[in-house]
Design a protein around this ligand. Sequence first.
Ligand SMILES: [Zn+2]
Length: 447
Amino acid sequence: MADVHIKGAQVVTVSGVQHGGIVISDGTIDAAGPSSSVPTPSDPDTVIDADGMVVLPGAIDVHTHMHDDELFPDGIDFASQTASAVAGGVTTVIELPTQTPVTTPEAVLRKAETCSALAHVDFGLVAGNVQDPDIDVTGIMDAGTADFKTFTADPYLADDESIATLMRRVGNAGGTVRVHCETQGLLDDARSTIDGDEPDVYMDSRPLEAELDAISRAGYFAEYADCPLHVVHISSGSGAREGNRFKSRANVPVTLETCPQYLAFSKGDVADKGPFLKVNPSLKSDTERERLWDAVQDGTIDLIGTDHFPTYRETREAGWEDIWKPYAGLPGVETMVEFLASEGVHEGRISWPRLRELVCAAPARSAGIYPKKGSLQAGTDADVVLVRAEEYEVTADDHTFVGGWTPYEGQHWSARVDTVIAGGEVVAKDHEVQSTAGRGQFLARPL
Ligand SMILES: [Zn+2]
């Protein structure tokens, strides 16, 4: 007997959009696709009349910073942040370290246990931030993660030799290294030329060339060390092209990630939004933003993650006086699907199948959890998001958790996450979360 029948939907497949539905039982997909291939179940517990809404696999955000006891204030933890994820149609997150290191097998297991008790969504973990490569790589992989994060910039800067050694060890063990790409020497020099502390000078402190140089060098390091490379949060179209050189050489797998903020905003928006656009890497020119959309369209960019970093509004306000004060980082997990559906699909920049690839299938492959996640194949986890067309103005008040602010405040969007299903259960409706903390599970990455 079926548990859920979603009917009358526009189901997004690899190649197109088909009028049809989805049948779910025991938490897994029974069938999904055009009406002709999805038999109407006899007596389902729940019938959802999707009424033309678009249905996608639940989104997977491969880049979040959601839990750090030593850093985040009260109210910001894996419970409130994964609730925000599920409200926005993100049913799996891959959580990265922030300030507290996760560089031992014990630390991976400890974080997995802590987060399991709080999780509204299934999750994976990334180890990091690796500065000293003398770590137990295989032990960390046995503990459940094959991804290691390292930096070419402060505050977690690793020197060249350390990055090379880490890549060699991780490559040998079958893992992937994720690199934050901005060259610290160029950031230092740029900073030394800046006097002011108003918001727009922040952009000048993190030049485009710092990103291009670091992406290029990370590519050569990965080839040298024979290690799969994942470049996180590329902020420019030129950065995507730089990374693409190494993809086409194909010695080792290279995946390129960007984030919604780099598609939504450019330097010029800082005059209006000030510290609410403080993010690393910083925003680039309008030209770079347009080139980045091109890279998202043509497949140069493989996937989109958010680099979700939550802070409260009051903490951010301080940046109007002194932009160097607040942490860099933007909340984004709850707005990713709506942004890309509105500004990407509805504005004609990408298709629904391309969106599905960018936030569902490719992230799942990157995290080693495809097709269990990120597909609508029969027998896989019934994680599904329904999106309806609706014109509205974005406001923080309409969200489950954005710390009282969102960089997208005041934008006019046209797609809204309607209903979210995870493991066959409705877990959110109209950004109202109906799941409980602790229902999400740790997805130990298969070796
Ligand atoms: Zn990050």
